[in-house]
Design a protein around this ligand. Structure first.
Ligand SMILES: C[S@@+](CC[C@H](N)C(=O)[O-])C[C@H]1O[C@@H](n2cnc3c(N)ncnc32)[C@H](O)[C@@H]1O
Length: 267
């Protein structure tokens, strides 16, 4: 499958429903619909706050790449940033537009755009933020290059991408590979075919460190911490204890599925 066909499939997948909207049964685009999505997101992933540090960027020019249903995007707006947002899908932009309207908020710019080809000149943003997005795009490295390009020299980049050498990836391999009679399917293949939209990629910390070495950025953070939410996937005690032990042995700061990357663009 070529990259263009793959991107159309990624787009079609996320156009059906933006990320996190399955957490509510409320009528679409109502206040309660958005409030339930937001409540569920930060109950399960409270770590987003300490990573994003929304309020630190008050007054700054921020771009969020891949806004999805816009829950984090709302935090940028409420924090008083000059918020810009893009997503590959019209569905995401519709979610964000309705959300802003409900709360009577306005933003600098929110539109459909491809992270592999950002519609902004070089050196524009104090912060470029992207949570769980660029590993879904066929050319993840092009997305990374675009994010670096549009960040200002001295600006900050915060990205979350999936960590292949994580407990969750192993868990997916057990259920979608091993127990489905495909024990020789690699972690990469399992995630490619069975993690959200088709074509999802995941990197190791070492791979990412090597990739980042090619670009004009300094690494402020490169970790994959195990979160409470991840531990709670393993509901039965039978699974939870070995999972917890495996995370302790592999390292609590590198066995999580969410790889947290914070960069400073070199001046
Ligand atoms: C898992 S969701 C994450 C959304 C949001 N950041 C969040 O955390 O809820 C992935 C999002 O990435 C978007 N996406 C995938 N490929 C993209 C691309 N090339 N350019 C822009 N957005 C893209 C999808 O449309 C989808 O909204």
């Amino acid at each position: 499958m070529n990259n263009e066909t793959l991107k159309q499939q990624v787009k079609a997948f996320w156009n059906q429903a933006s990320c996190g909207t399955n957490m509510t049964q409320q009528q679409k685009f109502t206040t309660s619909y958005f409030e339930e999505i937001e409540e569920a997101r930060y109950r399960t992933e409270p770590e987003i706050f300490s990573f994003a540090q929304f309020t630190r960027f008050n007054g700054k020019k921020v771009l969020e790449v891949g806004v999805g249903a816009g829950t984090d995007f709302m935090q940028w707006v409420r924090a008083g940033t000059q918020a810009h947002g893009v997503d590959l899908t019209q569905e995401a932009i519709d979610n964000v537009s309705h959300r802003l309207e409900i709360y009577g908020l306005q933003v600098a710019d929110v539109r459909v755009a491809d992270a592999e080809n950002l519609p902004y000149p070089d050196n524009q943003f104090d912060l470029v933020y992207s949570w769980g997005v660029i590993h879904h795009s066929p050319n993840t490295i092009k997305c990374l290059e675009e994010i670096i390009r549009v960040a200002k020299p001295g600006g900050t980049i915060k990205i979350m991408i999936y960590n292949r050498h994580s407990l969750y990836a192993l868990y997916r391999w057990i259920f979608a590979g091993l127990l489905k009679g495909r024990p020789f399917q690699s972690l990469s293949k399992v995630l490619f075919y069975h993690q959200e939209s088709i074509g999802t990629k995941a990197y190791t910390l070492k791979e990412m460190k090597n990739i980042l070495a090619r670009y004009p950025v300094g690494i402020s953070q490169l970790t994959a911490p195990m979160t409470n939410h991840e531990c709670s996937y393993y509901k039965a005690r039978l699974w939870r204890w070995p999972a917890y032990l495996a995370a302790c042995l592999w390292g609590m700061r590198r066995s999580g599925f969410f790889m947290l990357i914070e960069l400073k663009k070199v001046i």
